[in-house]
Structures are given as C-alpha cells and as structure tokens.
Design a protein. Structure first.
Length: 102
C-alpha cells in the first residue's frame, strides 16, 4: 500500500532564511531520496473556515509502501535529509506517516 510521509512545519523565527534554505537546499535533497515516487510542498496562506493557520508549511513524500519508506531513510541520502530536517525545522514541527486509501 502506498504511504506518504507528511511533514508539518511550525512558523519559523526567520521565515525568509527558512524559505531560502528549505527551497534551495532541503527539498532538492529530499527529492533525491531513493524510493521517493512523488514529492510536494506547500506554504499555508489561509484558513477558509476563519480559524487560525496553525502550520506554516507542509511537505508530502510518497513511497511504494512502509518498507520502502523505512529503507529510504536508511540510505545515506535519507539520513542526510533527516539530519537537515533536525537542523532547519522549527520547534514543534511534526513527521507523520499516512496510508493512501485511494
């Protein structure tokens, strides 16, 4: 079953510096992880229900299955991306794994 790694980022202290590193360094590294089938990233800009926009940015990395995701982050590239996440992600950022239903 296809799975995706969902990354939710909280608001960085310096959005401009975060964006530069994230878009110029982090995501180009992430799409090179072996086994990534598709990668998307987006910055939240509005909450149509009138609520607070609680997250700053998200990323979704798709893999063939949970084993492929685990194997991917066991590679040198996967470990480098994980280390970069630890360095760049604002406190409170989250990593979640989701099964794709359809």
């Amino acid at each position: 079953m296809t799975v995706k790694l969902v990354v939710l980022y909280t608001r960085p202290a310096d959005p401009e510096a975060f964006e530069k590193h994230y878009l110029d360094v982090h995501m180009p590294m992430a799409v090179q992880i072996p086994g990534v089938q598709r990668a998307e990233t987006a910055r939240f800009v509005d909450a149509p229900d009138g609520g607070e926009v609680g997250w700053y940015r998200c990323a979704e990395l798709y893999f063939a299955d949970a084993d492929a995701l685990t194997a991917a982050f066991g590679t040198e590239q996967g470990r480098a991306v994980a280390a970069d996440f630890e360095a760049v992600a604002p406190p409170g950022s989250r990593l979640l794994v989701a099964d794709i239903d359809a």
